[in-house]
Ligand binder design. Structure first.
Ligand SMILES: NC(=O)c1ccc[n+]([C@@H]2O[C@H](COP(=O)([O-])OP(=O)(O)OC[C@H]3O[C@@H](n4cnc5c(N)ncnc54)[C@H](O)[C@@H]3O)[C@@H](O)[C@H]2O)c1
Length: 321
């Protein structure tokens, strides 16, 4: 576990950033928590502040409200940073299809600024870049390993791949100790409201119809949030991860129809499902091969879908969304 370090987390108020913050706060670190609280979905600032009031007895933290597309947001940080977890991005595959320029500008300029800032500090032991399984597009074989061809089918996925190419450039040309992680659909407490599991539970709670894109036979490799946090921290700790790219997935894909059955089993409400046209940017199957992460990072996903869904539902009912 990373302890007694100065850690910059970008996108700290988001789903994954706030969960990482919660974990690292428990281990005597100085956290620099940076976010612009974008308006993609509400409640982020409060979410982060709730975590800080609950868990900050062991650690110090500094909150920075700022936009990473402005380089000065980073140069105003005067601490000797040891680790950077770069999670800030405009997320959402579907959103990116109608907002291509804004997503491209935000994700690529922010990422280059973070890398540019990081090479100026010799104290930095590791930069972790949050990439995405969406870089692969529709798989030509499964399970998908890191060498699989990259064929993004949304502007969001292109920005994530572009960030990886920059990561490689900064590693090779500037010796930046960087690791890219390709997350597979993350879910769990604080899951984003635009993501299927949170949306579906929300609608079920209100006894409303849920919409499934396509016929529901598409499969997704869902990954529980605490497994992603483990993977992030392992990648931060391991020297052998420098300059590498890893898949982080649950590696047990499930059909959307089966997922929804499980969710109805948990909520015990009457099924109301409507199937609608498949959306642009959606892939048919995601299935990670995580052998490399198992071998080099010691990554091992622990939370299965049944437990994960129950945890998320419990959180959602208590959170009131
Ligand atoms: N959630 C997933 O399933 C998933 C899957 C693959 C990859 N990822 C990647 O993981 C990272 C975190 O995703 P998330 O689900 O927590 O998303 P999120 O939207 O909950 O969090 C992203 C955070 O980044 C902040 N942000 C965006 N642009 C910024 C900017 N220019 N300056 C400062 N802050 C900015 C947002 O306000 C937000 O709080 C993202 O990079 C995303 O692309 C997520």
């Amino acid at each position: 576990m990373i302890k007694n370090k100065c850690i910059l987390i970008t996108g700290a108020a988001g789903f994954i950033g706030s969960s990482l913050t919660e974990t690292l706060l428990k281990h005597d670190n100085l956290l620099i928590l940076l976010d612009n609280y974008n308006d993609y979905y509400p409640g982020k600032e409060k979410q982060l502040k709730d975590i800080l009031s609950k868990y900050s007895q062991n650690s110090d933290y500094k909150l920075i409200k700022g936009d990473l597309v402005n380089y000065s947001t980073l140069t105003n940080i005067h601490d000797e940073v040891d680790y950077v977890f770069h999670l800030a991005a405009q997320a959402g595959v579907r959103y990116s299809i109608n907002n291509s320029s804004a997503v491209t500008y935000n994700n690529i300029v922010s990422t280059v600024n973070v890398f540019e800032y990081s090479i100026k500090f010799s104290s930095i032991q590791k930069v972790i870049y949050a990439s995405s399984s969406s870089v692969y597009g529709n798989p030509v074989y499964t399970p998908v390993d890191e060498e699989h061809p990259k064929s993004p089918i949304s502007p969001y996925a292109v920005t994530k791949l572009c960030g990886e190419i920059y990561a490689d450039l900064y590693y090779k040309e500037y010796n930046l100790p960087i690791t890219s992680l390709r997350f597979y659909t993350v879910y769990g407490p604080r899951g984003r409201p635009d993501m299927a599991i949170r949306k579906f539970f929300n609608l079920m709670q209100q006894n409303k119809e849920i919409l499934i894109y396509g016929d529901g036979t598409q499969k997704r490799d869902f990954t529980y949030i605490s497994d992603i946090i483990d993977g992030l921290i392992l990648a931060g700790e391991k020297d052998s991860a420098k300059g590498e790219v890893f898949n982080l997935g649950g590696s047990s894909p499930i059909e959307v129809n089966e997922l929804v059955d499980k969710m109805y089993g948990i909520t015990r409400v009457q099924k109301k499902i409507r199937y609608i046209e498949k959306q642009k940017g959606d892939v048919e199957l995601t299935h990670s091969n995580i052998s490399k992460a198992r071998k080099l990072l010691g990554f091992s996903p622990k939370v299965n879908i049944d437990v994960g869904l129950k945890n998320q539902y419990k959180w959602q009912t208590s959170y009131g969304l």
